[in-house]
Ligand binder design. Structure first.
Ligand SMILES: *Cc1c(COP(=O)(O)O)cnc(C)c1O
Length: 441
């Protein structure tokens, strides 16, 4: 047995009892393996599945115990009598082989201790909120948020006596402190909830400043409110918020992680302590993803780095073309931040890439935006983002149609705004498509 086939400690502690410790390498002679390498096999032992190279899809609602005592031990884990969840598989509302392998691999991207997957991004967010909030609590959050998250916090949790206080995504440390202090004075703060970059403004939140503010303002508390962040737009490749002090990172895996516009799923990654709180709630309400979707996501994660890198390169080229075009007023792309500005400072500290989703402001209004959208030949007209194909939509008339005019104006959601998510097509083809669509405007 060579050194690199000896199971590492992470193998032994990270694997569940179901999957016996396997000769999997996480590093080779001190060289640490990258996520893109580990996505091909991490967390799966073919010998447990007849030697199948790829994991089968485990379509079963329940799992057989080796003995009555083993069944009892598993339930002690499920009910939280012993921390860390069940040692083996029990029932498919709690977990399954496909989901466990997926969770092991999802955590790798951010070097997280643990991860969970959910039936959608919103069910991940809802489970986290339900796990932390009590009547009378305040949620401090950055603004704007994904529309359904805003509805959930403002309208749904509001019915249960939960309040919120927000600060603008680009807020300074002083502005964040002021909001945190107000919330702290008011009573228990359930969590600090962030979304960065914000949709659809692309404004970045200073995660490091938020964490420092939380630590300072709640210094008197032993248990401080967790900092939770929706990292759907840049994660898990271009922004890794755990490194900047966030406690929990949430995902709509429907977007870049799934990446083929053919599934809906969500994820959460963080420390074991934080994940265990959410796992209990997920076990109770059953917001776990299904085995088939988990299997599709395993496939998606194998190409995540390839897809996101290509989409990012394509977006840089398309944006460079659009920026200089006579019919374009402005391109809201993270690669074009004013180098001396605060947003660029946040970007340099937090992000390793500008992503592939951006805002295009055309000269004119709705008519010009619609002519551009209708003229596109390659890009499909659809909401969502992060797929292999390029998508374009009109926020004012689609995703944000029900937002009051004054709020739309405050968020910069104007009639001439087109949202574009660039895919992995040939960049020259995408530029040719934009070029001909702009000619028709
Ligand atoms: C899409 C999205 C969500 C919701 O995810 P679903 O998978 O559609 O439930 C949440 N946050 C952001 C930033 C999103 O883009």
């Amino acid at each position: 047995m060579s050194d690199d086939t000896v199971p590492t400690e992470a193998d032994l502690t990270g694997a569940t009892a179901r999957r016996r410790p396997k000769a999997e390498a996480l590093d080779i002679g001190g060289h640490r393996l990258s996520p893109e390498t580990l996505m091909m096999g991490h967390g799966y032992d073919p010998m447990l599945s007849e030697g199948a190279l790829k994991p089968p899809i485990f379509l079963t609602s329940t799992f057989v115990f080796e003995s009555a005592a083993a069944g009892k031990r598993h339930f002690e884990g499920v009910t939280g009598k012993r921390p860390g969840g069940a040692e083996g598989l029990v029932y498919s509302r709690f977990n399954g082989p496909n989901q466990e392998i997926l969770e092991d691999r999802l955590g790798i991207w951010e070097d997280a201790e643990d991860a969970l997957t959910f039936s959608s991004g919103m069910s991940a967010i809802a489970t986290v909120l339900l796990a932390h909030c009590r009547p009378g609590d305040t949620i401090v959050h950055s603004a704007p948020l994904y529309a359904a998250t805003e509805t959930l916090i403002g309208k749904v949790l509001g019915r249960f006596g939960i309040n919120w206080l927000d600060f603008p995504a680009g807020a300074t440390r002083e502005e964040i402190d002021a909001v945190m202090e107000r919330a702290h004075a008011h009573g228990r703060v359930a969590m600090v909830y962030l979304e960065s970059p914000a949709n659809p403004t692309n404004a970045l939140v200073d995660i490091e400043a938020v964490v420092a503010s939380r630590n300072a303002v709640f210094a008197d508390l032993e248990e401080k409110p967790p900092v939770v962040i929706d990292n759907t737009f840049l994660g898990p490749l271009w922004q890794k918020p755990l490194r900047h002090g966030a406690d929990l990172v949430l995902y709509s895996l429907t977007k870049y992680a799934g990446g083929h516009s053919d599934l809906v799923a969500g994820g959460a990654v963080g420390s074991k302590a934080h994940i265990n709180v959410i796992r209990s709630m997920r076990n109770t309400i059953g917001t776990i993803t299904d085995p088939h979707t988990a299997w599709m996501l395993l496939r998606s994660l194998e190409t995540l780095e390839l897809r996101m890198s290509r989409a990012g390169e394509n977006a840089a080229r398309v944006c460079a073309f659009l920026r200089d075009h006579a019919k374009v007023e402005h391109v809201g792309y993270l690669g074009f931040l004013d180098p001396g500005g605060r947003q660029a400072d946040i970007y340099r500290r937090h992000c390793s890439g500008a992503g592939s989703t951006f805002s295009l402001f055309l000269k004119g209004g709705e008519a010009e935006a619609f002519r551009f959208l209708d003229g596109l030949r390659i890009a499909k007209l659809a909401v969502s983002l992060g797929g292999t194909e390029t998508l374009a939509s009109h926020p004012a008339g689609m995703t944000h149609l029900s937002v009051p005019d004054a709020r739309k104006q405050a968020l910069g959601i104007t009639d001439n705004l087109v949202r574009i998510s660039i895919g992995v097509e040939n960049a020259d083809d995408l530029i040719a498509d934009c070029d001909q669509a702009l000619r028709g405007v």
